[in-house]
Design a protein around this ligand. Structure first.
Ligand code: HEM
Length: 494
């Protein structure tokens, strides 16, 4: 069997996996740049089917095989593709950590997103959503059309900064916040940067250049955010402040571990079973400062744009499908009346939940996600070598007429429990699946729902002269629009 690294360019053809003829040197990159991920992936799936060999990865949308990769054999596919030395502080982030290091970090970080912690963060989210509402009323009163992408980006940034790091960025009221300027740089990667091509075509050279200080990601932005988080961690360690957020959970965890360590020393001679020892071994691990900063950066990057685009597409649907907007509004009126919006009540709105799911189906914020085989593996009839990259083309799966009737129509009732039960669970993957799925899913849904419920109570969304139909979508791996989503809002009569 040929080694994956050496033969990546033609190995899938030799194995017999169908796919396009390799474009010399550039692989699929050429087409991705030309057409964008969404169109490129959809064209490939239409032409070659559900298992496609491209350079350098397998595009897999066969749902049974996908279930094996993501769930049944997740121990083989625990990692994502990582190019060493190019990520700076992100090297320690959950999205790129591997094997035991990832398992350990994920188990330490997971409690941040438990129901209890989310409930504790809810009041912080509530404050941010009040400012969001004020901004919407300003647009309504001035009768000014606006690009809702921008407002939503400010909302999700303020929420992450407040709930996870205890920073009041308040970008909703001050558009020139330095942090938001730096964050934007992560999403404005310049496609003319030669380093991108080197990264994809010659990963070893990219890795070498990374060691020499080249970076695909904006270093000034990474340094700025790293310093900010560093300062917060230090203030918390010195007990200068306390908040119900991610940093606090990490600092508290360190202190619990130190206490356990002392207890352990005291018990040194006591009898202990092997399993007790092992339990303690897992417990005593904490994140280093670099790892805490890595997670902080990843949360900002993974949570800012994705949740913001979900909200933008949702409000686009409200404006263009007024009957659906009225049904969502009616449910809010019936279930909540003029009551205070609580964590529990937001989670009980069934129709809203269906409309959000249908929005995520129609416009999945993450268009692709990946796994790497840590061993040789039988992928259906194909024997793929260790190191093979499996890429999941979410957009074509969500728009495949074999899985979804009339896929281009917006039909929230697809998500009624009885309809869901008829479908393959892998046909809907906005947050990935298996042990490596999105850790921030519940956080994202909560912050989006809170803003939506509050907004729809006070304003109605309408199309304006700049609202596109159909929407022009962008080319990047996070689905976005080419020209923004321009809308109009009017106050609802009291
Ligand atoms: C609508 C919003 C969001 C969408 C659609 C989304 C989607 C995704 C997807 C598709 C993945 C890859 C899953 C896989 O490989 O199976 C992922 C991973 C991840 N997401 Fe999200 N995400 C969202 C919001 C957030 C938020 C708010 C946070 C943090 C506060 C977050 C943090 C992460 C992290 C850390 C990972 C990597 C998990 C790991 O490797 O263990 N995401 N997300």
């Amino acid at each position: 069997m040929c080694d994956y690294k050496v033969c990546a360019n033609n190995i899938f053809r030799r194995i017999g996996i169908p796919g396009p003829v390799r474009i010399p040197f550039f692989g699929e990159l050429f087409n991705i740049i030309r057409k964008g991920y969404k169109t490129n992936d959809s064209d490939l799936v239409q032409k070659y089917g559900n298992v496609i060999g491209t350079t350098p990865l397998i595009l897999l949308s066969d749902l049974d095989l996908l279930r094996n990769v993501l769930i049944r054999d997740s121990h083989v596919f625990i990692n994502r593709r990582v190019i060493e030395n190019i990520s700076g502080p992100l090297e320690h982030g959950l999205t790129v950590l591997k094997d035991e290091q990832w398992k350990n970090a994920r188990s330490i970080v997971s409690p941040t997103f438990s129901t209890a912690k989310l409930k504790a963060m809810y009041s912080l989210m509530n404050e941010v959503s009040d400012i969001y509402n004020t901004r919407l009323l300003e647009y309504a009163d001035k009768q000014e059309i606006f690009n809702i992408n921008i407002l939503n980006g400010q909302y999700t940034l303020d929420n992450i900064a407040s709930c996870l790091f205890g920073i009041d960025t308040n970008s909703l009221q001050n558009e020139n916040v330095t942090l938001i300027k730096h964050l934007r740089k992560f999403f404005e990667i310049d496609l003319t940067n030669i380093y991108i091509y080197i990264t994809i075509i010659l990963p070893p050279l990219a890795s070498y250049l990374g060691k020499k200080g080249y970076s695909l990601l904006p270093r000034d932005a990474m340094n700025y955010i790293s310093n900010l988080v560093n300062q917060i961690v230090n203030r918390r360690r010195q007990h200068l402040e306390r908040r119900n957020d991610f940093i606090q959970i990490m600092v508290d965890h360190e202190q619990e571990v130190t206490a356990d360590q002392k207890l352990m020393e005291a018990k040194e001679n006591a009898d202990e079973t092997e399993s007790q020892q092992q339990q303690w071994e897992t417990l005593k691990k904490t994140l280093t400062d670099k790892e805490i900063i890595g997670q902080a950066l990843i949360f900002m990057i993974a949570g800012y744009e994705t949740t913001s685009v979900l909200m933008s597409f949702f409000f686009y649907i409200m404006a263009t499908e007024p009957t659906i907007q009225e049904k969502v509004y009616e449910e809010i009126r019936q279930e909540l009346g003029d009551d205070e919006i609580t964590y529990e009540k937001v989670s009980q709105l069934r129709y809203l939940d269906m409309v959000i799911n249908e929005t995520l189906r129609m416009y999945p914020p993450f268009i692709r996600f990946e796994r790497v085989a840590s061993n040789d593996y039988e992928l259906g009839n194909y024997h793929i070598p260790k190191g093979s990259i499996i890429s999941v083309p979410v957009y074509p799966i969500h728009h495949n007429p074999d899985f979804w009737t009339d896929p281009e129509k917006f039909i929230p009732e697809r998500f009624l429990p009885a309809e869901k039960a008829k479908r393959h669970p892998m046909s809907f993957l906005p947050f990935g699946d298996g042990p490596r799925n999105c850790i921030g899913m519940r956080f994202a849904l909560l912050e989006a729902k809170l803003a939506i419920v509050k907004a729809l109570r006070i304003v109605e969304f309408q199309k304006c002269e700049k609202t596109e139909a159909p929407l022009q979508l962008g080319k990047l791996a996070i689905l976005n629009t080419k020209n923004g989503i321009w809308l109009n809002v009017i106050r609802r009569s009291e």
